[in-house]
Write a new protein. Sequence first.
Length: 213
Amino acid sequence: MSFSQPDDPLLRSTLALLKSARDHKHTLNRTKIAKLLYLADLKSVEDGGVPFSGATWRWENYGPFDSALYRVEESLTSAGIVERVDDRGGVTGEVRLRLVQDVESPLSAELDGLVQQVVTEHGAKSAVALRDLSYETSPMLAAQAGGTRGVLIDLNRARRRRQYEALKERYRKHLARRAPRKNDPGVGEELREEMAASSGARRRATMKALGEE
């Protein structure tokens, strides 16, 4: 099996992540791999794209996770491309993975650049810090509102939140440019129309987060 251009999206993304981590001299364990891939998917969605890692994210005991990562780990270690250090009975109590062969990133230049950004920003953080960061993201906050582990995580919530925040920021800047007026029915008409158009989506998202649908 060639790992330069593997067919499995999750294997491709994991391989690209491990390569980037080695280039930046970061050590990755299982938790960090899962959380960095989740943050990469999240960034892609926030930027107007789609999740690309191939993971099916669920809220598990330590935040976003996909058990398919175990299969990917086994494939990479069995092929001799990745070295696995199992220290669960030792000092660190973790399983670390390290790329030991020179490979090209199997992702497109755009997606590889996104992975690089995430690794640059978050790769040096501890597994605990990344876990806590993942719990603060809007999709995870919504999953926790449901109160049940194992539920699918809706990354599209991040896009809707980003769009809503951008709309509020436009409205704030619009008001800041206007002279103070007590009554002007024409102020922000275009923005009010946008708010009205998106009200249904906001209402559905709120109902879903509260478990009312």
